[in-house]
Design a protein around this ligand. Structure first.
Ligand code: NAP
Length: 191
């Protein structure tokens, strides 16, 4: 997306009100939020507030909150996928469905992960330091996955840790099987 005016990333509370005001005054073109669940968006709707144009949430083959994605899409909210490569966690990158699609299309696992999101109508924002990775990631616009492959890739999340809704609790209950990991003092759920 190209914007002539800046896009403001808002957080709940005063910042969101400020962002909405800035948009009304024409100082910003779009308001985005991050990690907002359906309940927060529903609250905005109930209050008659204008919904954000973008909701950036973690989405990848190993973690996709389909209800939230559907909710956003039904209201024209762009879902932007944070950590679209699942931080390149081996459990996700090496999932059979990922490897099968990679072999079938002669693409890398990273490209399959990104293409899955595009097929789902979600906008991936991978971070990649090297120009080689950046080129590889940009090349996902040149092929397509079929519906069976998308369904199989969507199933990785179930194989990984069950329903998204109870995944975090499971992670905490059994970090070894749910592949939690610790980094910089935070515990990341699967992975
Ligand atoms: N809103 C939020 O709460 C939230 C949460 C998490 C992340 N984010 C945002 O989401 C973006 C990406 O997230 P992320 O960095 O956590 O995870 P990510 O994009 O899923 O994974 C990044 C990792 O994948 C590697 N990689 C990139 N391209 C690759 C390729 N083609 N082949 C193999 N490995 C590849 C990178 O390697 P290198 O290290 O070599 O580059 C890096 O280790 C960032 O802008 C981040 O700020 C937002």
């Amino acid at each position: 997306m190209r914007h002539r005016r800046p896009v403001v990333a808002a957080v709940p509370g005063r910042e969101l009100a400020g962002a909405a005001r800035a948009q009304a005054e024409g100082r910003v073109s779009a308001v985005g939020v991050s990690n907002w669940p359906i309940s927060s968006l529903q609250r905005m709707e109930a209050l008659g507030q204008e919904l954000p144009e973008v909701n950036q949430v973690e989405v990848h083959v190993g973690w996709h909150e389909d209800d939230l994605i559907d909710y956003c899409h039904a209201r024209g909210i762009v879902v932007q996928a944070a950590s679209p490569l699942a931080r390149f966690a081996p459990a996700i990158v090496g999932a059979p469905a990922v490897l099968a699609a990679a072999a079938a299309h002669r693409k890398s696992p990273a490209q399959i992960l990104l293409r899955y999101l595009i097929e789902r109508g979600v906008a991936p924002i991978p971070s990649a330091h090297s120009s080689a990775y950046q080129r590889e990631n940009l090349a996902v616009l040149q092929f397509q996955l079929d519906a069976h492959e998308v369904a199989a890739l969507g199933g990785v999340v179930a194989a990984c840790r069950g329903k998204a809704a109870d995944g975090l609790a499971k992670c905490w209950a059994d970090p070894s099987t749910m592949m939690c990991r610790h980094h910089n003092g935070f515990t990341f759920h699967c992975p």
